[in-house]
Design a protein around this ligand. Structure first.
Ligand SMILES: C[S@@+](CC[C@H](N)C(=O)[O-])C[C@H]1O[C@@H](n2cnc3c(N)ncnc32)[C@H](O)[C@@H]1O
Length: 289
């Protein structure tokens, strides 16, 4: 039997009718759903890597990318990081995300992996990035907690040991913020490839995925292939185009190849793109040279 949003408590969710909730004034600020036609991406950008800043992605025409998945630089002092103020850093992300919105097809999605930083004070980047996505008119869909470790591992940055003087939290997770352009539903259909088990895992908001080894990959901060792979299979159809504007060592491209999708990527460091080319060749089972 169908249920509806209850004024007291909540029951089972099958065939749940949430229209009473969505009529409430709490959501009256939300952008309205729009329609539009996706465009076919031109051949020149299919499976291409560009060595330039993704603040301008002029090679990519409007409305042709099904999913953007990325992990931006965190501005924390990695080899590739500039020393930007918070305002300068968020402005960089805003420019890249605005370009992303332009190239996304109607109903296309963004999935941005961010970690919160520091402790004195704590810098909630997930909050800032969600604000930017919303300011750009995207429809927020949710926030995945990427649990990287079950325990605190070797870290002993607990502040005052067993004392309330100044105990400190140690993050064992990062976030993936997900939003859609114009509409929650894709405006066209294609072939899905996700397995039943992966789908059930993907629909819960906590994803347990082991981090990647920077040393093995040859990049200071790669994410594990399993993270973009699950996002790609969850949010796109076979043969769709997936963009990573900060592609680094090419992890998103590897995940796209492994799932039968296409990729397009940007990074402003030629050395990382070389690493990406080798990994892409390996994923295709061919030599990089
Ligand atoms: C966190 S890393 C991404 C790592 C990637 N997910 C991987 O698995 O290898 C961020 C990347 O953004 C690149 N980057 C920094 N600023 C950039 C910009 N303005 N445009 C394009 N790439 C940029 C850096 O060179 C770095 O490789």
């Amino acid at each position: 039997m169908a249920t509806e949003t209850a004024s007291f408590g909540a029951g089972k969710r099958e065939s749940h009718d949430a229209s009473a909730f969505y009529r409430r004034r709490l959501l009256e600020h939300a952008p309205s759903v729009t329609t539009g036609e996706p465009q076919a991406p031109p051949d020149e950008i299919i499976d291409a890597l560009f060595c330039s800043s993704s603040e301008s992605m002029s090679e990519i025409p409007n409305d042709c990318v099904a999913l953007m998945v990325t992990s931006p630089p965190y501005n924390v002092g990695k080899d590739y990081d500039d020393d930007l103020t918070l305002t300068e850093y968020l402005d960089l992300l805003r420019r890249v995300l605005a370009e992303t919105v332009r190239v996304l097809e109607p109903g296309g999605r963004v999935a941005v992996n961010v970690a919160n930083l520091g402790r004195k004070p704590y810098l909630p980047l997930n909050h800032h990035v969600a604000g930017i996505l919303q300011d750009l008119g995207l429809l927020l869909r949710g926030e995945i907690v990427w649990q990287k470790a079950r325990g605190a591992g070797g870290s002993c940055a607990w502040g005052s040991w067993r004392s309330a003087k100044n105990p400190t939290l140690r993050d064992v997770h990062e976030y993936v913020l997900v939003a859609s352009k114009g509409a929650y539903r894709r405006s066209r259909i294609g072939r899905d490839t996700i397995s039943k088990d992966e789908f059930l895992e993907a629909t819960t908001s906590i994803w347990n995925i082991k981090p990647a080894s920077a040393k093995r990959v040859g990049h200071p901060a790669p994410f594990p292939v399993d993270l973009p792979r699950r996002l790609i299979e969850f949010y796109t159809f076979e043969d769709d185009l997936v963009l990573d504007p900060f592609i680094g060592s090419g992890t998103t491209a590897v995940a796209a190849i492994e799932t039968g999708r296409h990729f397009v990527g940007y990074d402003n460091d030629a050395g990382y793109l070389e690493v990406a080319r080798s990994r892409i060749a390996a994923a295709r089972g061919i030599s990089a040279t």
